[in-house]
Structures are given as C-alpha cells and as structure tokens.
Write a protein that binds this ligand. Sequence first.
Ligand code: NAD
Ligand code: DAU
Length: 342
Amino acid sequence: MDKKTIIVTGGAGFIGSNFVYYMLKKYPNYRIVCLDALTYAGNLSTLEKAMKKENFRFVKGDIRDREAVDNLFAEEEPDVVVNFAAESHVDRSIENPQIFLETNIMGPEVLMEACLKHKVGRYHQVSTDEVYGDLPLDRPDLFFTEKTNLHTSSPYSASKASADLLTMAYHRTFGLPATISRCSNNYGPYHFPEKLIPLMIINALNDKPLPVYGDGKNVRDWLYVEDHCKAIDMIIHADCVGEVYNVGGHNEMANIDIVKLILKELGKPESLITFVEDRKGHDRRYAIDPTKIKTQLGWEPETKFTNGIVKTIKWYLDHKDWWEEIISGEYQKYYEKMYGGK
Ligand code: NAD
Ligand code: DAU
C-alpha cells in the first residue's frame, strides 16, 4: 500500500475526528496530521486514542493563520488536505455571523493558497447540503442534485456556499486539484451536544425539557457519520478532480419523530417535549439525491437509521464522561491550562 500524508483540519470536531479514526484504521501506512484551533467545538479528549499512534500528529492551529499553515505544509509536505474546520452551528451563525465568514470563507482561502504553493495533490472541501437551501414538505418527489442552484438561508449556509464557489474558482483559475462533497445531516459518536440528536439524548437522560423548534415537522436527511467518512475516503482516492458529490442516504425524518424515537429508546415520557420559538429562516426540508456518487464511485451507505440511532444512543450512555465534561465546561478550562496564551 502506498504511503500518504493527509492533513485533516477540524479533526477535533465531530465528523473530523470520526474521519481521523476511520483513516487510521483503514490506512495504517498513512500519516494523519490534524490541524485544529480547538474552538468551543473542538475536543482534544476525542482524539486521545489517536494520540497514542505513531502515525498521528495533533497540531493546535487556526486555518486562518497563513504563516502557521504555510509552516505546517512545508514541514509535512501533505499529499491531501481535507478541510472539515468550520463554524458549523446554524443557530450560532444567526447570533454572530462574523466568525462564520472569517472561518468558513477566509480559512479555505488560506488553505488553498498553501495547497497551490506546496503543490498538494488534492484539496477536499467538506461542504453541506444546506448550500441548496430547502425543499417544500409537500413535494416529496424533489431532491437536491449537484445541479440544483445554490440558494442559502442562514449566514452559516451562505458562508459554506461561498467556500464552495471559491474552491471551484481556485480549481478553474489556478488549476487547484480540488473536490467538494455536500453531505446531509450526520449523527453518531462525538457529536457536539448543541446539535439536535445529542442534545435531545442528553436532555432526556437528565430529565430536562426537549426544545423542539416551531411545529417540529422540519425534515432532515440523516446519515451515520462513518458513511460520510467512507464517501470522503472514496472521493480523495478517485480520479475526479473538479467534481462535486452529494452524499446522503435517503433517510428523511421529521424532527419530532426523531425526538419521540429517542424518548422511547430511553424509556422517558413525551411530556418532556417542549415546543419553542422557531429558528429564524428555518429550512423546511433537506433531501439528497446521491445518484452521482453511487454510480461514479460505487458509494453506498452501510448503516440504516434504525440501527445507527440505537448505536448512537448507546454511545452516549457509555461515554457520559465525554459529554459531561463538555457540558460542565471542564474541557475549556483544560485548554486554557494546556495552551493558554498560545
Ligand atoms: P464541529 O463544529 O463539530 O467541528 C468543527 C471543528 O473545526 C472543531 O474541532 C473546531 O475546533 C475546528 N475549527 C473551527 N474553527 C477553526 C479554525 N479557524 N481553524 C482550525 N480549526 C477550527 O463540526 P462538524 O459537525 O464536525 O462539521 C465538520 C464539517 O462538515 C464542517 O465543515 C461542516 O460544515 C460540514 N458538515 C457537517 C454536517 C453535520 O451534520 N454535522 C453535515 C454536512 C457537512
Ligand atoms: O444538513 C447538514 C447540516 O446539518 C450541517 O451543514 C450543519 O453543520 C449541521 O449543524 C446540521 O444543521 P441543522 O441545522 O440541520 O442541524 P441541527 O442539529 O442544528 O438541527 C436539526 C433540526 O432540528 C433543525 O430542523 C432544527 C431542529 N432543532 C435543533 C435544535 C438544536 C430543534 O428543533 N431543537 C433544537 O434544540
């Protein structure tokens, strides 16, 4: 098996960390370097097992820091860069758009400049189905394809769409060997407890109210995180520079049904459900058409939602330490001690 060095940005977050573990397991010959700024969403304890591997390196750094990125690329000479680093929570982007523009647009620009300078063989931008806006609930025949117009609703999705446009511009104008994946909602281990599924699991376990936005009928298309990792692995190893791939498993669920399912699995009462004010600009329905990645690369999701959600709930039950530390803010105190001022 050939050797590669892959820089994974945002690898201390939810999907990035799952990708680190997926790659370390599948490619023991590869060197995996994680660059992460450890924002509130990054968690070093998530990478504890990876840290024990000789072919893994963690670097605390910001993708917007041109000099630090340039130095790291000079030192590591990566073959591939996969950019997961982002501000990822829609609600936070409504509260404070600025950091979303800085991280999600300027960050990729810094990374792509470094890729050009250091002749990196592939830059992969991890994007989202949210760049397509939303679909109506009464048209179940409609799906997002790669040809659907970009049509964004939140500062988050606008920043991700901007990064996609910039990535394609770098490909066309400067010949950057780039690819993009646009995935639907992920769920699974290490999902930060501000997002729907982990928040509902944890609140239910703590007998706290489960806040459902609006009427709870908004639909998301859920994919087990490992299936997303598999898709990215296939894309970065395929001869498909300049291509965009939608990733999703045809698994549409209304929020309220997910919440009820979680309560049922945990044996908690539905009286914990509390309908709260709707999210501003709340997208109604997301639904991916994954035909292109299936036919061109042979990607298929492996985990069915019914199994994946049970596995995920079990993971949260078995990893109370992980999320209790986050909720209590202990891990932020730890960073302050470890990296304070750096
Ligand atoms: P996350 O919020 O859990 O993790 C983001 C990570 O990026 C954190 O570790 C954080 O510390 C790091 N980071 C943030 N700003 C940084 C910066 N300036 N420099 C370096 N590191 C920085 O996010 P996630 O849910 O794992 O999402 C990862 C990527 O996948 C994002 O680009 C997101 O847009 C995309 N995506 C997410 C989903 C989903 O369902 N979560 C679906 C499709 C696409
Ligand atoms: O579709 C991909 C996107 O999925 C990613 O690009 C984003 O990074 C990721 O955060 C996710 O965005 P969503 O906004 O869909 O995920 P979130 O978990 O925030 O919300 C899922 C749905 O649940 C959405 O309709 C809002 C609703 N919701 C969410 C929370 C946090 C609630 O009803 N109550 C809540 O407390």
